[in-house]
Every structure is written in C-alpha cells, then in structure tokens.
Design a protein around this ligand. Structure first.
Ligand code: PMP
Length: 417
C-alpha cells in the first residue's frame, strides 16, 4: 500500500489520477471493466479512506472518552479531530455543533424527535417539498401522527424545480419548521437554499436541510446558507457507511432534550436524577462509530485535496456531455430537467421497464440504479413507476458515459424499440 501522504495528494488536473486512488475501480463485473454510475446511492472509497479505517484498528483501537490509557486517548483525539475537520468542511462555527450519527436518516429522525416533537402542537404545520427522499418525509409524518400537526408539501414544476411562489404561499401562522433537500436524489434539482432559509427566517421558522446528495457535489457553507440544521451521510461523500453528521446551531442543541439515553451522554447518574453531558455528546449515547468518524475525516481531506470547485466543474462538464448524448436516444425521456441541476441523470425508456434497463446494463459492467430511489412521491408526480438513474462522482469519465450510451443501444436492440 502507498504511504498515506502520496494517497492524499491527487493531481488536481487529471481524472485519471483520481481514478487511481479508488481501488475498486479496477474490478471487473461480468467480465467487463466496472463502470460505476450509482454514486447517488453510495460513492466508492479512495485508498486514503480505506487506509484510515484500517490504520485506526491497527494502531489506535480503544473506546473513546472514558479511558486513561494511551490507546483510548489516541482514539479520542482522532475522533474529536475528525469532528473538528467536519466542522471546518461545512464552515460550522464550532465543532460542538457536529453530532455524529449513523447517517442522514438518523440525523433527520433526531431533529424530528428531539427538536420538533416536544414543542409541536395539534394544528401546527411542517413544510417539506414534493422532491424529498423518504427519509425527509416519514420522520415528519411520524411527528405529525404523534402531535396532531399537519404536513404541508411545496409542489415542484414539470422540470423538477421547487415552485418558489407556492413555497412563500404555503407558510402560515402555524408553520413551525421547514425541512427540504439541498439536492434532490431522484431528479438532481438543486434547491435555492439561501432563499428558502431567508423566506423561513423572515417568519421566524427554522430550516433543516437534507444534504445527503449535496455534500459530495456542492460546496456547503452552513453559515453562508444560514440554515439551522444540516444532515448528511459519510458514505455519499467517499467515506464509510454507518457514519453521518447532524449539524445544528449550538443554541438549538443546547435547548433540545437528548434523543437516546445511555453511556457517554451523561455527566452523572443516580436513580433519582441524571445530569446530561454537554453538547454534542449529549446526543451521542453509546459507543460511536469511531473508525467511521475518523475515516470520514480522511474522506473530507481527500475531497479538499482536489477541491470541491474542481470536482463540481468536472461533474458539471460530464453532466452536460451526458445530457446531450442521452437526449438524442429515441424514446428516452428525462425525469428532472431543472435549470439548476447536478450529478443526476434520471430517465425512462419507452417500452422498457427501468429494472430491465438496469439489469441489461449490469451485464455490460455498468452499475446504475433502477427504481423509485426512495422518492415514491416524485415518481407519482411524473407518472412513472420507476426511473433509471445514472449518478456521477469525481472519478467518472467521458468513457463511462460512452459505455452507458452503448449499453442503452443494446437495451433498445434487445427490446426492439
Ligand atoms: N436524503 C437524500 C436526498 C438521499 O439521497 C439519501 C440517500 N439515498 C438519504 C436522504 C438517506 O441517506 P442515508 O440512507 O445514508 O441515511
């Protein structure tokens, strides 16, 4: 294995250098070179991330926060250093505003149960949009069932962009929270998050942003956006599964009750009374995913070493290339054509079910996603049962897109369309 310093300094000018950092890209699938276009579901991991996880277990493994011995101190230092790194990556004011969770889903559920549920009353309203992933719908439906609140849904237009006028209109005296995606996973639409936040704050309403997709494709500055909560998953940004982040303003975290009880989230416990730990540990009951947090830190270092602007420019160029190439395929219809769009090509092919497209592409070594993408309401909005979704990452190339086009040609041959 290469020394870590070499792995973390890819040449910012050349996608071939980046590809060499991802060992899995050398795999063959059904005897063909892997073309990985399922990055919206999860991204592949650079060697620096695999190394960081491995090095932790080889050299530092111990439980955090409780130990007086050297390994525990090492583990704690690396774990807390990862938190500080994440805070810098999204420009949070303080590392204490970063809560480690399992992923976006857990982060949203934490906000739903610990922030929203205790204060929401019957008749209050929570505002989401029609382009949300199930994990930014169902936690709010649960809160609504538990409290008697109502869910309001901002519609999207035929391109998959948010209806900004409807957004303004749907506020009422009873609106208590806005929860929206930054980048829609089934459509690729980028939401105007600064405007969304400004509109909500003008009415004194806090905003949660689902950053599961955005975190790997757009520079994220939570202070510039001015959001109150921001959720994302490590595995979507070249880090491991099972680790994610809830960013929340310190004052909100201070005011929220703990979500889960257990070890590490307490200062003192008696049978009569328990005092809770300070933020963020108040929200981190039990042994956390220490290796995952450290490896997520390594993933963000890796992204920083290339630069999010460089990555975004590369992906945007590729998205334009792919859009032009797919557009001319007879019978192909894009689902999601918003002007502000990133990394996602979602489409249907006349006369062929998305799952058949995905299966045939797989036989040609091409990994795409076929289905509802955990966004069934989006499928209903566009009147399709499922779409094929090719989603990009920093290591994708024109050759990957050419392979996809060729693969779709094979699909059309087989189905005679
Ligand atoms: N929101 C969006 C927009 C997503 O794309 C995803 C993952 N597909 C999630 C939330 C959920 O993320 P996770 O499964 O990592 O919790």
């Amino acid at each position: 294995m290469k020394p870590i310093e070499q792995m973390q300094t890819p040449d910012p000018r050349n996608v071939e250098h980046w590809r060499a950092d991802f060992p899995i890209l050398g795999e063959r699938v059904h005897g063909r070179p892997l073309v990985y276009l399922d990055n919206g579901a999860t991204t592949q991991k650079p060697a620096a991330v695999i190394y960081a996880e491995n090095a932790y277990y080889r050299h530092s493994n111990a439980n955090v926060h409780r130990g007086v011995h050297l390994l525990s101190q090492r583990a704690t230092d690396s774990f807390e250093a990862a938190r500080a790194k994440i805070a810098r990556f999204i420009n949070a004011q303080r590392p204490e505003e970063i809560v480690f969770v399992r992923g976006t889903t857990e982060a949203i559920n934490l906000v739903a149960q610990s922030y929203a549920r205790p204060q929401i009353k019957p008749g209050d309203e929570i505002l989401i949009s029609a382009m949300e992933h199930h994990s930014n719908i169902v936690p709010w439906q649960l809160v609504c069932e538990q409290t008697g609140a109502a869910l309001k849904v901002v519609p999207i237009d035929d391109t998959g962009a948010l209806d900004a006028d409807a957004y303004e209109r749907l506020f009422s005296e009873r609106t208590r929270l806005v929860a929206m995606t930054h980048l829609a996973n089934a459509l690729g639409s980028i939401n105007p998050v600064e405007r969304i936040v400004a509109g909500a704050h003008a009415r004194g309403v806090p905003v949660l942003l689902d950053g599961a997709q955005a975190i790997a494709h757009l520079p994220v500055d939570v202070r510039a956006i001015d959001c109150d909560f921001y959720a994302f998953s490590g595995h979507k940004v070249y880090g491991p599964t099972g680790i994610g982040v809830l960013y929340a303003r310190a004052a909100l975290l201070e005011a929220m009750p703990p979500w889960q009880g257990g070890g590490d989230m307490i200062r003192s416990v008696t049978f009569e009374k328990t005092e809770y730990n300070e933020i963020p540990w108040k929200f981190e009951a039990g042994t956390p995913n220490i290796a995952g947090a450290i490896a997520l830190g390594a993933a963000l270092d890796y992204v920083d070493s290339i630069g999010m602007e460089v990555i975004a420019a590369h992906e945007n160029e590729l998205l334009a290339y792919a859009t032009d190439a797919l557009r001319v395929i007879p019978g192909l219809r894009f689902i999601g054509t918003a002007r502000d769009k990133a990394s996602i090509l979602s489409f249907v092919l006349d006369g062929v079910h998305a799952h058949d497209v995905g299966t045939i592409l797989d036989h040609h070594g091409i990994a795409v996603r076929a289905g509802h993408h955990c966004a069934m309401p989006v499928m209903q909005r566009f009147g399709v049962p499922a779409t094929v979704r090719a989603s990009l990452a920093l290591y994708n190339t024109h050759q990957d897109i050419d392979a996809l086009i060729e693969g779709l040609g094979k699909v059309r041959e087989i189905f005679g369309t």
